[in-house]
Each structure stands twice: as structure tokens, then as C-alpha cells.
Design a protein around this ligand. Structure first.
Ligand code: UD1
Ligand code: MG
Length: 466
């Protein structure tokens, strides 16, 4: 059975009060429409047709891809009118699944159930019962129970604004998602009128047309209310973000990760964790993050695109991006690892240390207030407080090579390109502009002098008042 997907994404999203098209607002760092496309494409449809309107160019540019097509809807005359724009792109047969670009957390399993409820010859609606159905289209059923169902057969969907007071008490609502036999859908769409309270072409009126033809109307229930919540305002976006984060946190805890507080955890990307991983409160993980067995992440760390090997400990308030941390390493508190930082096993990076595009071999330490940029650091090096690599000459970047077992004293400036031989010692306060030989002490600072016969100036006595 050939499956086509139509996603409605032309609406303005007035209540977002934003210049950005609504479906480009992000949830877990991924645009709303991206979530919907991912769930839909997991069904392997023959095509995905996205109906764009407000901000069409930006939306189309963000989601170009194979098997994706865009049709524009201007002006926007309602949900039925939106789907009508996709009709020329739909085949004559198969099933069409209609989704909402602003209902992002819909799951693939629920979509499968909806397509199955359609089965190729019925109109299937995804419905949910809500404590507060206000604002939604209500599912109107006949008073007599149906054949295979204890509930009455679906007769129509009535929009809030068109509903009678009695209909408004119905708590079963239409989620905005349906699946229909494509040929019949085209027929029903052609019959829509805008004779209603909002003067719009309602997609929901296809139900009454199906019923008039004697076609069966089935319903599928959403497993979880979160799946069918839409985003219309910043408050709803934030609410869904929390629900998404809670889902992700639950999945990690299910896999054994110990989160100090699942309500203070944010993952904006993907994360894979080994056994006995512990994560304290307030951390944000972005992009692709891997934490191996026994990794501990302290409070308030921001970690993006990183691989952290077994047993490493990241102390609080550390910022890591595009870096690798070796097994048993200690990083932070207040450390910053920038892209290209690669720490070997048992490396120690302490407070206010910044490492960029540099490799530190096993056991190297930079414990306080230091900068390593474009450097190769050998095993067991001790890099003193306040020392920096001067890697940039104002035009180009140059490398610093530090051999194994080197001791760099405090407050040194290593002017790259430069090499420090194995086992060398650099005296504190040195500005090193030429290579330093292996195994020797190199000092490059003014000699200390004591000035004889020097006296400290005394304050001049003020003139006595006349
Ligand atoms: C719709 C349903 C309502 C259902 C609710 C669920 C209709 C008539 N009503 O109402 O029964 O309970 O969703 O959330 O369908 N859109 C377009 N072009 C348009 C109008 C809308 O692309 O001309 C898009 C919007 O961007 C949005 C979606 O269609 O993604 C739904 O439109 P919206 O205006 O939110 O419909 P509701 O009034 O919420
Ligand atoms: Mg809506």
C-alpha cells in the first residue's frame, strides 16, 4: 500500500509573536517540523509533501531532501484548503496520512496505528480524551454503539466555534491527524465549502462527506497525551520542551544513568552512556555526546560533541565542545575544552584552563589558569599556572611542541612555533622565543638585582598655614 504524507505547515503562528516561522522554532535543538518529518519518514512513505505558506522560503530551505516536496498555500484559507494544495502531487491510490507541522512529539508507533486503522478503505482519525477539550474539534458519535465498538460510529467533527453547548461537553477531540484512502480523500476535499463560523475550508468536514457516502470512519487513540500536543505559544513550546526532556531523562535512567534530578537535565541532541554514569544537576548536553563507563559529570557543565572515556571526572561549571577526554582524566572545575582538544589517559586540567586544538599525552597536567592552543604536549608534562602558548602572530597560527616530562614553570609565554625538548625545565616567568633543549633548565627573564643606596621617596611636608 503506497503511503503519502502531507504535513500542514503554512500557518502563521501569530501567538508565537516571532519573526521566525512557527515550524522553525526548536524543541531539543531541532525544529518542530524536523521532529514531525523524522517520525513520518520512519514509516518509509513514498513521498512527504509539506504545505508551506508563512516563511515558505526559509522553511523549504531548511528541509530540502529526497522524497520531500513542497507546495505553497497562499492565501491560507483553512486546513482543508491546505491539503487541497497537495492534491495534484498525490497519486490515484494508496493511503494519505495528514500531519500537523506544529505537533512535534507524535511518535512513529502512533502513526503506524493510525495508518493501520485506515487499512486502505476507511477514514481514520487520531483522537484523544482531554480533561479540558476547549478549543479543539469535538468527535460527534451516533448514540447507538457501533458493530465492533462499544462507542457509537463517528458522524462528524465539530469545531469549537461551530459547536452547540451540548457538543462542547464532548471530551473526545480530534488531534489534527488523520489517514484516508487517497482516492476518496480527493473526492471529499473537492466537496468542502467555507460555510462555517470561521469562513474557512475545514479539513475536518471530510468526515461528514465520508459519512454521507456511507464510508466507514475509524478512530485510533493516541498512546500518550504528550504526542498530540501542539505548539502555539512560547509557553506551550517551553512546556513541550520540558516533556521532551523528561522523556529523554527517563530513557537514560531506564538504561542505568544516574541523574541527580531528571527535571534539571537537558539533552539537545543524542547521547550514549556506559554503565555507572552519574550526572549532577543543571548540565546541558548538545550535539553528539558519548560518556563511557563510570564517567561523572559535575553540576552545571555544558558539553557539546564530545567523547569522554571511562572513569573520567568532569568537575562543575566546565565547558566542553568538540573534544575528547581520556580514561581517568580530571577536568575542571571551570575548565574550557575547545574544538580539537584531545586529552590522554589520566590528564588533569584544572580551573580556568583553556585547551584548543591540542593533544595532551597520558598523565600531563595543566592545573591552574593556563592556555594551550595548537600544542602537542608529551606524557607527564607539568604545565605551570598562568603559562600560555602564544600561538597567533596576528596573521597565522603556529604550533608548540612540548616533549615528555617537561616542567614549564608558572607564568611562562611560549612563542610559537617552538619546540621544548624531552625532560626540559622552563624557569618561571620566562618568555621563550627559541627552542629549548632536552634535559636542561632554560630561563629567559631579567636577572634579579638589588639596588644599593636606594631610599624610598618620602612625602613632601606641607607648608605651615600663614
Ligand atoms: C485543527 C482542527 C481541530 C483540531 C485541532 C487540533 C480543523 C478545521 N480543525 O484546528 O479539529 O482539534 O486542529 O490541534 O482542521 N494550516 C495551514 N493552512 C491553513 C490553516 C492551517 O497550513 O490555511 C496549518 C497550521 O499551520 C497548523 C495546522 O494547519 O499547523 C492546524 O491549523 P490550526 O489553525 O492550528 O487549526 P486549529 O484551529 O487548531
Ligand atoms: Mg491549532
Amino acid at each position: 500500500m503506497e503511503l503519502s504524507v502531507v504535513i500542514m505547515a503554512a500557518g502563521k503562528g501569530t501567538r508565537m509573536r516571532s519573526s521566525r516561522p512557527k515550524v522553525l522554532h526548536t524543541l531539543g535543538d531541532r525544529p518542530l517540523l524536523g521532529h514531525v518529518l523524522a517520525s513520518a519518514e520512519a514509516l518509509g512513505p513514498a513521498r512527504c509533501i509539506v504545505v508551506t505558506g508563512h516563511g515558505a522560503e526559509a522553511v523549504e530551505a531548511a528541509f530540502e531532501g529526497p522524497q520531500r516536496e513542497f507546495v505553497r498555500q497562499a492565501p491560507q484559507l483553512g486546513t482543508g484548503h491546505a491539503v487541497q494544495q497537495a492534491v495534484p502531487r498525490l497519486p490515484e491510490g494508496g493511503v494519505t496520512l495528514i500531519l500537523n507541522g506544529d505537533v512535534p512529539l507524535i511518535g512513529t508507533a502512533t502513526l503506524k496505528a493510525l495508518v493501520a486503522a485506515c487499512g486502505g478503505d476507511r477514514l481514520a482519525l487520531l483522537t484523544v480524551k482531554l480533561d479540558d477539550p476547549h478549543g479543539y474539534g469535538r468527535i460527534v458519535r451516533s448514540p447507538e454503539p457501533g458493530d465492533a465498538d462499544t462507542q457509537g460510529a463517528v458522524q462528524a467533527i465539530v469545531e469549537e466555534k461551530d459547536a452547540t453547548p451540548l457538543q462542547r461537553q464532548i471530551d473526545e477531540v480530534y488531534t489534527g491527524l488523520m489517514a484516508a484512502p487517497t482516492a476518496a480523500l480527493k473526492r471529499w476535499l473537492a466537496r468542502l465549502t467555507n460555510d462555517n463560523a470561521q469562513g474557512e475550508y475545514y479539513l475536518t468536514d471530510v468526515v461528514a462527506h465520508a459519512v454521507a457516502e456511507g464510508a466507514a470512519v475509524a478512530t485510533a487513540a493516541a498512546v500518550d497525551e504528550t504526542e498530540v500536543l501542539g505548539v502555539n505559544s512560547p509557553a506551550q513550546l517551553a512546556e513541550l520542551e520540558r516533556r521532551l526532556q523528561r522523556r529523554q531523562a527517563d530513557a537514560l535512567m531506564e538504561a542505568g544513568v544516574r541523574l541527580a534530578d531528571p527535571s534539571r537535565f537537558d539533552l539537545r541532541g543524542t547521547m550514549s552512556c556506559g554503565m555507572d554514569v552519574e550526572i549532577d544537576v543543571g548540565c546541558v548536553f548538545e550535539g553528539r555526546v558519548t560518556l563511557a563507563d563510570g564517567v561523572k559529570i559535575g553540576a552545571h557543565c555544558v558539553i557539546r560533541d564530545a567523547e569522554i572515556a571511562a572513569g573520567a571526572v568532569i568537575h562543575p561549571f566546565t565547558h566542553i565542545e568538540g573534544a575528547r577526554v581520556g580514561a581517568g582524566a580530571l577536568v575542571g572545575p571551570y575548565a574550557r575544552l575547545r574544538p580539537g582538544a584531545a586529552l590522554g589517559e589520566e590528564v588533569h586540567i584544572g580551573n580556568f584552563v583553556e585547551v584548543k586544538n591540542s593533544t595532551l599525552a597520558r598523565g600531563a597536567k595543566a592545573n591552574h589558569l593556563a592556555y594551550l592552543g595548537d600544542a602537542t604536549v608529551g606524557e607527564r608534562v607539568n604545565y605551570g599556572a598562568g603559562s600560555i602558548t602564544a600561538n597567533y602572530d596576528g596573521a597565522n597560527k603556529h604550533r608548540t611542541e612540548i616533549g615528555a616530562d617537561v616542567h614549564v614553570g608558572s607564568n611562562c609565554v611560549l612563542i610559537a612555533p617552538i619546540k621544548i625538548g624531552d625532560g626540559a625545565t622552563i624557569g618561571g616567568g620566562s618568555t621563550i622565543a627559541r627552542d629549548a633543549p632536552a634535559g636542561r633548565l632554560t630561563v629567559a627573564r631579567a636577572r634579579q638585582a638589588v639596588i644599593e643606596r636606594w631610599t624610598r621617596p618620602a612625602k613632601a611636608k606641607a607648608d605651615p598655614k600663614p
